[in-house]
Design a protein around this ligand. Structure first.
Ligand code: PMV
Length: 318
């Protein structure tokens, strides 16, 4: 029996993180310079239903039934087999690897879930649409993050830039003119769950103030969508700066992220903001072209890594 494999990109959120949890729109794009990969191979000698998970990045080597019932990798397998009894499933080994730094705002958990769901369903002979893969990955995202908006699983399973509003059918984003985004890893892991929970607590204490901020972020996202579609993308910089300020206001930035955002602007980026859950992780900056100087300066300022993503309407997106 051949092996079945699937790879998935990471993602960045260009506009609208956190507000998207409260029903505002957000824009995200896939980033394929780092990928998650899952390979499922049959174990000829294995007992029916015996599934071995190998995830060397997290030093995991275990039979699936020995994992906690709500372990995300187990949940991804369970969601594919649905009501079927595990004992009916042919024995296999599932190898999970990922180059996407975890807890960094690049969607590593969704990329692993999407890859696992694709490879494992192919192994079982089930054909899933991108939509089904996304829905299944959303089930696992809820285990990881509590109340995810669903943007990560959507952009990663469809592998195209998306405009997303929870509860509405998502739209593929129209891109009038290619633009470049510098993606900078602060080297400090973020914690999306903690960030989202913290925002929720503060929103409960000051609902009016927070609702106003979320509405303003939603307006920025909608303006950005129009600008991206129209092609006058230099104007996105100011919107990124405004979006970052509002993310600071809701308490999800850090001194380190602010420092990198400021340094990117000082070095000539047209705008910069944190991306993803925050409290660490990545910042992104709109840059004019392959501006190496900004990348070098970011590294001098303590960034762990940088990469440039060209946002186009054509795949691949990296
Ligand atoms: O940290 P990430 O890459 O998982 O992004 C989280 C984005 C949030 O808007 C903060 C949460 C969500 O579920 O949309």
């Amino acid at each position: 029996m051949p092996a079945f494999s699937a790879t998935s990109p990471g993602k960045i959120i260009l506009f609208g993180e956190h507000a998207v949890v409260y029903g505002e729109p957000a824009i995200a794009i896939p980033v394929s310079t780092a990928q998650a990969k899952v390979i499922v191979s049959a174990r000829i000698q294995g007992k029916p239903g015996e599934i071995i998970i190998e995830a060397p990045d997290i030093s995991l080597s275990s039979s699936v039934d020995q994992l906690e019932p709500n372990h995300p990798l187990r949940a991804a397998i369970q969601v594919v087999i649905g009501e079927e009894d595990l004992k009916q499933v042919p024995s296999c080994t599932i190898l999970v690897t990922s180059e996407i730094p975890p807890s960094s705002g690049l969607g590593s958990s969704a990329a692993i879930s999407v890859s696992l769901i694709r490879a494992f369903s192919a192994f079982l002979g089930k054909r899933l649409s991108d939509e089904q893969v996304s829905d299944f990955a959303y089930v696992v995202e809820k285990i990881h993050h509590g109340t995810p908006s669903g943007i990560d699983n959507t952009v990663i399973s469809h592998q195209k830039p998306v405009y997303y509003r929870k509860g509405d059918p998502f739209e593929f984003l129209e891109i009038g003119e290619e633009f470049s985004v510098l993606v900078v890893y602060s080297g400090f892991p973020g914690n999306t769950r903690e960030a989202v929970d913290g925002v929720r607590e503060r929103w409960q204490r000051e609902p009016d103030r927070y609702n106003q901020i979320f509405t303003r972020i939603g307006d920025i996202t909608n303006k950005a969508k129009r600008i991206i579609g129209g092609g006058d993308t230099d104007r996105l910089g100011d919107l990124m700066n405004e979006n970052h300020e509002l993310l600071q206001e809701i308490g999800v930035s850090t001194t380190e992220l602010d420092r990198l955002v400021l340094a990117a602007r000082e070095m000539g980026a047209l705008g910069a903001k944190l991306s993803g859950g925050g409290l660490g992780g990545h910042i992104i900056a709109l840059i004019e072209s392959e501006n190496d100087d900004i990348s070098k300066e970011m590294m001098k300022k303590g960034a762990k890594s940088t990469q440039i993503t060209h946002v186009t309407s054509r795949a691949p997106y990296n």
